[in-house]
Design a protein around this ligand. Structure first.
Ligand code: PLP
Length: 379
């Protein structure tokens, strides 16, 4: 059987990884400045994480959500402490799309309304229940027969207000920082206004922190840069450092009832072990401090590359914008310089989403490689 061919692949086969380095089957080492779409938070094969997962697998990998699982409680406690959302509750699932699907469902149950507001160029997942747009071609997937999504431009609160006045909106869903779309983000004024009008109109504010969360922006959640609180926060990617785990943090204003939400795999023993290990390493190694240090270092270092016209994003969720399509540049960085970076719907943007453990030497290596490659492309 062949694979359904939906991914354009580089001819590289990674077989081993350590922290922010990946080794392919020919023994070639790559610098990982992409972390598999911002998934690798605490570094590849982090020893405490590996030990915890192995130990858990030796004992109990999975059993259903119908029995007690103290690992879920431990994960929720640790997540509450590190994120500053201790009074919220946690529902566990297995991916970002599933997290958003449950967030939207909950918003609809809670408000008795169904329409959803999302923003142009946002990306919230690809299941039939989530909302996605790619490259401004809208994949407007109805959440159920009644739910419809309206896309609006970012940072225009008047347009949001006009939609809310119609009285049928259950939720506004917004990324802390847009990932796939190209690192645009709401202003502090916009986020604060959203928080206010959601409260005033009985609309649920969902912060999709699937990519921008888990310390990647330099705070635990990117929306915490704007001093707001969300009603529901969706998580995945960095949460398991590669083990599939997602979740939503739910405000105390929501009432749980048996059967309201559910999942087979979410919150398995193995997934929780991964999630707990990530939080322990993040705390013990003070990785958010490292994110902020490396961000400051990057901002200085990138000044040596005049072709970069703008740096977008925050922390280690960054985009270097050029005045040209970066397809060739990115390819040369991977094939010739052995450095992984990412692309975005904005074709001029090189995305940088390394493990949060990355060191200054790696940034130096990237800057040298970038300058050399740009010089080659010019000649
Ligand atoms: N939300 C955001 C902001 C994302 O970036 C993604 C994936 O890239 C998703 C949701 C969907 O996550 P998943 O692919 O785990 O379903």
């Amino acid at each position: 059987m062949n694979l359904f061919d939906v991914y354009p692949l580089y001819n590289i086969t990674p077989v081993k990884a350590l922290d922010y380095t990946i080794t392919d089957k020919n023994g070639v080492e790559y610098l990982d400045l992409y972390g598999g779409h911002g998934v690798i938070s605490i570094g590849h094969t982090q020893p405490d994480y590996v030990a915890k997962l192995k130990n858990q697998l030796d004992n109990l990998g999975f059993y259903s959500n119908a029995i007690q699982n103290p690992l879920q409680v431990e994960l929720a406690e640790k997540l509450g402490k590190l994120s500053g959302y201790e009074e919220y509750t946690l529902f566990l699932c297995s991916s970002g799309a599933e997290a958003n699907e449950n967030a939207l469902k909950l918003a609809s149950f809670h408000t008795g309304k169904s329409r959803v507001i999302a923003f142009n160029n946002s990306f919230h997942g690809r299941t039939s229940a989530a909302v996605a747009t790619t490259d401004n071609k809208k994949i407007v997937a109805p959440i159920n027969a009644q739910q419809v999504v309206t896309f609006l431009p970012l940072n225009n609160i008047d347009l949001v207000e006009a939609e809310l006045k119609k009285g049928d909106v259950c939720a506004i869903i917004i990324e802390g920082i847009q990932g796939v779309g190209g690192l645009d983000e709401g202003t502090t004024e916009f986020f604060q206004a959203l928080e206010k009008i959601c409260e005033a109109n009985n609309v649920v504010l969902i912060l999709d922190e699937v990519q921008s969360g888990y310390g990647r922006s330099g705070k635990f959640f990117a929306h915490q840069h704007h001093n707001i609180k969300a009603d529901i926060i969706s998580l995945a990617k960095g949460m398991g450092n590669g083990f599939p785990i997602g979740g939503i943090l739910i405000s105390p204003k929501f009432t749980a009832s048996y059967g309201l939400l559910g999942t087979t795999f979410g919150g398995s023993h193995l997934a929780c072990a991964a999630g707990i290990a990530v939080l322990e390493v993040m705390g013990n190694q003070k990785l958010m401090d490292n994110v902020n240090d490396i961000y400051a270092y990057f901002l200085e270092a990138i000044k040596a590359v005049p072709e970069v016209i703008k740096v977008k994003g925050k922390g280690l969720m960054l985009g270097a914008e050029f005045a040209f399509d970066v397809f060739e540049l990115r390819k040369k960085l991977i094939i010739e310089k052995h450095i992984f970076t990412g692309n975005a719907n904005n074709k001029n943007l090189l995305r940088i989403l390394p493990p949060l453990t990355i060191k200054k030497e790696a940034i130096d290596q990237f800057i040298i490689a970038l300058k050399e490659t740009l010089a080659e492309l010019k000649s």
